[in-house]
Design a protein around this ligand. Sequence first.
Ligand code: V47
Ligand code: SF4
Length: 371
Amino acid sequence: MLTQLIQNSSISNDLKQISEKVIKLQRLTLDEGLMLYEKADLSLLALLANFVREKKNGLYTYYIKNIHIEPTNICVHKCRFCSYSRKAGEAGSWELSIEEIIEKVVAATDKGITEIHIVGGVHPDRDIAYYSMMIGEVRKVAPSSHIKAFTAVELDYMFKKSGKTYAEGFEILKKAGLNSIPGGGAEIFHEDIRRQICDTKSGGITWLKIHEAAHHCGIPSNATMLYGHIEKYIHRIDHLNKLRELQDSTGLFNAFIPLKYRNKNNEMSDLKEVSIIEDLRNYAVCRIFLDNFAHIKAYWPMIGKATTQLALSFGVDDIDGTIEDSTRIYSMAGVEDQSPAMTTDDLHELIIAAKKIPAERDSLYNIVNRQ
Ligand code: V47
Ligand code: SF4
């Protein structure tokens, strides 16, 4: 039926051929991915992305009970899109003590969260001994929670500071209690863009090598892409292609999370944010192109609840979690919801209104509770 609908439509023959490939679950080339970004309209992208979503995940929309902990916003880097980092001693900087982190973890586990996500700035003084001690202390008070911690950029810095190879570093963290790593720090891999938006931090190749090393140590991870700033579609496709290649080789990426550039209070504030239509088109192309990623996540504190709900019809099958008002990255970049938290009932309402089925998951996408 879908094939007939597309064949009878007025779209170009090129787009008809690409659509046929998607429906036959065949892999798209870079040029075909680029053509979707450049030429496909919203309704075609919705049809194709939803087809892939339902093949992979049916009507399920996953969420998790989680908390974000941001140990510090002191950072050796100053990425031009970042509204959050500060230098030590600067107004607005913070450094949580281990006791403060533990207090937050205990309060959250008392509420029934199952995942602790820990990401912060790249603190100049902190090495792997400090971070493995932090993970160890969290593990003591949350023995059965999943600890997802540190972007590749933080990991690169702590491994280098401590003179450890990636494999040695991951073994130490794993022994302390680390379970997986989040997708941050990927931004846009292409050097022409990366140089202009975050020239001091680890390059795209390093990000990929760190995730590859994590996967080789049996540590799964997520991947992100920061879009909607100065990059062109070709850079997005290049980024997605590099992730697809690594996933072919290791298979240990859990989810892909497109992150929309938000423009308040940073050095790139003169750029306009892209439209919601562009957000939806991007979710759809990512879903269609990343044929070896099981899950596409919309991070609701960043795009808002209404766009998240729409995204569920454009390939997205995961909306992260309850968050418990525990992240500042996006509130400092100007998002509307300055205290992001949703109860399980709120999440269910949002998902059911989009005609999908809520499924509480664990960190590895096993369903722990379904409607
Ligand atoms: O790497 C920073 C992004 C990332 C801005 O793995 C910005 O489950 C938009 O990676 N506008 C960190 N984005 C957050 C992150 C993440 C979030 C939620 C879930 C997961 C996961 C990972 O935030 C950074 C950067 O790409 N970021 N500033 C900004 N102004
Ligand atoms: Fe530091 Fe991360 Fe902000 Fe870059 S995005 S300045 S690495 S906190």
